[in-house]
Design a protein around this ligand. Structure first.
Ligand SMILES: C[S@@+](CC[C@H](N)C(=O)[O-])C[C@H]1O[C@@H](n2cnc3c(N)ncnc32)[C@H](O)[C@@H]1O
Length: 343
């Protein structure tokens, strides 16, 4: 670096108008039309922007070592004092309109685009990463039926980090839920924030005809602790029959809404008198085949608070005792997938 190709605008810029000196310098380089070099220590001056505003392109920034230049002694503006050159670079500018500058700009933009592409791909990999909880996956389309305070839906949504794959429903209206369950409103708000589709007044008997659910297919359809409400004692045959009607209605509708490899889950107590419901027999009668019966442990669903769901104490939980998740599949899945769409 030397001769008329070298222009030092270090401490010398401190006297006089900086902008004026700098602009004049640039014009001078531009007139020369050659590659120019400038050495500068102060990052705040932002030489790159300054250069580009006057039609120059910063080609390179190379650390400067005074010791590389034998005999060179840096001086302050008035030429009397030496100063310490530290953290200092030579900024190499070329004409912004030169073909070299254009090629370098294209190269740098291409690099930026591919970096952005890589970032987008990794973000979408994170988004697509499968999360699971027990029998349920973030990749499943899940329909939840007969929710109480929606804590089960929220438990799954939190495990997935999103509820965009879920439709959570209740038989109750939103007003009734808000009145009856102390945490319903806040659970619903959290679910909404996680992207859940929430529907109220959805009856298990008729849900396949619901305007939103009609023609939709799900990989998991779940009803935890179906119950027809407290009219007679649990062992009374009328009570058992009305529970069985709810389960039958649910299984029949679900059969129309479950995908080819999908499963319908009913979690239910297995001790007497609940075993009298004969859930597996009902499933067979409506054209479902059993997949598996898996013992249900509530502790595996963090935050889930099972509810009585009717009567004066509907917000109370009940001891689940011995219970299982009964899994079923459709014996004759729908053959024309075009009739159906997905959530
Ligand atoms: C024992 S609670 C269980 C509530 C909730 N699934 C839980 O695990 O906390 C029974 C639920 O079944 C619902 N239910 C009863 N009959 C129904 C029907 N025909 N369709 C949809 N849900 C029904 C009630 O609204 C109530 O929320």
């Amino acid at each position: 670096m030397g001769g008329d190709e070298k222009k030092e605008v270090g401490m010398g810029m401190e006297s006089g108008s900086e902008e004026g000196n700098w602009g004049a310098g640039i014009e001078w380089w531009q007139r020369l039309g050659k590659r120019k070099k400038t050495t500068h220590p102060y990052s705040e001056w932002d030489l790159e922007t300054l250069g580009s505003s006057t039609g120059l392109y910063l080609k390179d920034e190379v650390p400067l070592w005074v010791s590389d230049y034998e005999g060179y002694s840096v001086k302050s503006g008035d030429g009397r004092k030496k100063f310490n050159v530290k953290d200092c670079s030579t900024f190499i500018f070329i004409k912004g309109s030169s073909s070299e500058a254009l090629a370098l700009k294209v190269e740098s933009l291409t690099r930026e685009v591919s970096e952005l592409r890589a970032m987008a791909a990794s973000a979408s990999r994170v988004r697509m990463e499968e999360k699971t909880i027990k029998h349920y996956s973030s990749k499943h389309k899940i329909l939840l039926v007969g929710e109480g305070d929606f804590s089960f839906s929220l438990c799954l949504a939190k495990a997935f980090g999103s509820a965009s794959n879920m439709v959570a429903t209740s038989l109750d209206s939103k007003d009734t839920l808000t009145r009856n369950y102390s945490r319903a409103l806040q659970n619903l708000l959290q679910l909404e924030n996680l992207g859940c589709t929430i529907l109220h007044e959805v009856n298990a008997h008729t849900m396949s005809q619901h305007p939103f659910l009609q023609h939709k297919l799900f990989d998991r359809i779940v009803f935890n602790f179906p119950h027809a409400g407290f009219v007679f004692r649990e062992h009374h045959s009328f009570q058992i029959e009305s529970h069985k009607r709810v389960v039958r209605g649910f299984l029949k509708s679900s059969r129309e809404m479950v995908s080819e490899d999908g499963e319908i889950h009913v979690t239910h107590k297995t001790a007497y008198p609940f075993c009298e419901w004969r859930i597996e027999k009902i499933a067979e009668e409506v054209g479902l085949q059993p997949v598996k019966e898996v013992p249900f442990c509530i502790c595996e669903y963090e935050g889930y608070c099972n509810k009585k769901g009717s009567g004066d104490r509907c917000d109370d939980s009940f001891p689940v005792g011995l219970c299982s998740t009964f899994k079923f599949m459709n014996k004759d899945p729908p053959t024309d997938p075009q009739v159906y769409d997905c959530i």
